[in-house]
Design a protein around this ligand. Structure first.
Ligand code: PA5
Length: 446
């Protein structure tokens, strides 16, 4: 039998009892009903619920496009921001070789752009692209987001100068809305291959659409198994009204009860650097979904054991306003043992013969107990290994929990009105047509 993602609440028990969590989860089953019936807030953005099935007819085309780009280029620049970037990067970094861009064996590099407006980043990237035979995948649901739009203009120009406009058009893929925005007409005029982001799927819930799946497939990752993992989690959570066996329901209830106990900050904790971007994806998912109307849990993350030598002090001993969610990966993919040395001059022979993963697992257990003793409630999400299948499970698990949790908080987990505030100011400062008056006013305040 295949092992599944599981959740352990033992190290929250001193703060919220298992019985309280179960009772809360039972009360929250109605939110799963609302999601399935489409009767809750944001009900026009529920397409992600059935994506593990709905995406299947597109997998062939996604894989074919990935194979084509891999055959004509050595690198793809994936341009996007927020939900049009983080899911792909989470899976690519979670599963690929830790130093994939330094590998000498033949492989296709995926490089990300459009997730910042930093001039040095772009200049450095263009320098690299001068030497690369590259393609572009530009991803923007609205088709008008400033960061990726600027990056696309610059990189498209670079590619067109390098190989000519019509050759460039054959290696640009646009993933965008079916009608709205500037990217769709641009793609049509130039004849780029396109994929559609469905209307009923918001950016941060879109990793299992071509938004995430094309870059992931380009990295050589098996997207069918990823989707299969997500499907298995859909089966475990979507219609499961048993509070004790539905991990998304349990997680959503536990974190809200912990919030009510006076801890508004949740830190996701991973003991492998491969989870770094998964935490970034999770932060966006929860931050944008819940942080509104003065509500929400602030999502943060640490990479262990690295951050034990940095934020570890605060977590252990600072203000008691935190709780942690550990993502615990049981089995590493590879094996490294600590060698024995005759003279033991570094005094490490007590570890000789042990695998690094054994040391890491002991560091994880030690940290968990130390933080728990330091009055930090801990939720643990266990997965057997960090591979396509369990990444798929993690994605669906957290998406489902996020939607339930948003409904528990009584917010719409599918909108992001707060993102507009900085955009208006920036457009005013940049004299975007239509923002001239606002520009005059805002400059006086600087
Ligand atoms: O989750 C979201 O909706 C946002 O984070 C968007 O993904 C992000 O703002 C990028 O938007 P777009 O895909 O329209 O360029």
């Amino acid at each position: 039998m295949i092992e599944n993602l599981s959740i352990n609440l033992r190290h929250s028990a001193a703060f919220v009892s298992f019985e309280e969590i179960i009772a809360h989860a039972q009360q929250s089953i109605r939110h799963i009903d609302s999601l399935n019936a489409g009767t809750g807030p944001g009900n026009n953005f529920l397409g992600w619920l059935s994506l593990p099935d709905d995406i299947l007819p597109q997998i062939d085309k996604i894989e074919k496009t990935a194979r084509h780009l891999q055959s004509i280029s050595d690198t793809t620049v994936v341009i996007g921001i927020g939900g049009s970037y983080l899911g792909a990067r989470a899976v690519v970094e979670g599963i690929s070789h830790s130093f994939s861009q330094l590998l000498k064996t033949k492989h296709h590099d995926v490089i990300f752009a459009g997730q910042n407006i930093c001039e040095d980043y772009m200049a450095d990237l263009l320098e690299i692209l001068d030497e690369r035979n590259y393609s572009i995948a530009v991803i923007s649901k609205s088709g008008v987001t400033t960061e990726p739009a600027i990056a696309f203009r610059i990189i498209r120009n670079h590619l067109e100068k390098k190989i000519g406009k019509s050759a460039a058009a054959k290696r640009i893929i646009a993933i965008t809305d079916s009608k709205r925005g500037a990217l769709r007409p641009l793609a049509e005029i130039n004849g780029y291959e396109t994929f559609v982001i469905p209307d009923n799927i918001g950016g941060r819930y879109s990793v299992l659409t071509p938004v995430g799946l094309l870059p992931i497939a380009l990295s050589g990752i098996d997207i069918r198994t990823l989707v299969k993992g997500a499907k298995s989690m859909e089966e475990i959570t979507r219609n499961n009204k048993n509070a004790t066996t539905n991990p998304s329901l349990l997680y959503a209830s536990a974190r809200n009860l912990i919030l009510q106990s006076g801890r508004p900050i949740e830190i996701q904790v991973g003991f492998t650097p491969k989870l770094h971007y998964f935490s970034e994806w999770w932060k966006q998912l929860y931050g944008e979904s819940e942080g509104k109307e003065g509500k929400g849990i602030f999502p943060a993350s640490v990479d262990m054991t690295t951050d034990l030598h940095s934020l570890g002090q605060y977590i252990q001993d600072g203000q008691r306003i935190l709780f942690e969610t550990f993502i615990s990966v049981k089995n590493p993919e590879k094996k490294v043992t600590i060698p024995l040395e005759k003279d033991d001059s570094d005094q490490l022979n007590y570890l000789a013969g042990q695998r690094l993963s054994e040391v890491n697992q002991n560091a994880e257990a030690a940290t968990m107990l130390a933080h728990y003793d330091g009055k930090v409630p801990i939720i643990t999400v266990n997965i057997p290994s960090l591979d396509e299948y369990y990444m798929g499970q993690l994605i669906y698990f957290f998406e489902m929990a996020c939607a339930i949790s948003g409904y528990i908080l009584d917010v719409n987990p599918f909108d992001q009105p707060g993102v507009e505030a900085y955009k208006k100011n920036m457009f005013a400062l940049l004299n975007k047509p239509g923002f001239e008056e606002a520009g005059k006013k805002i400059r006086e305040r600087l």
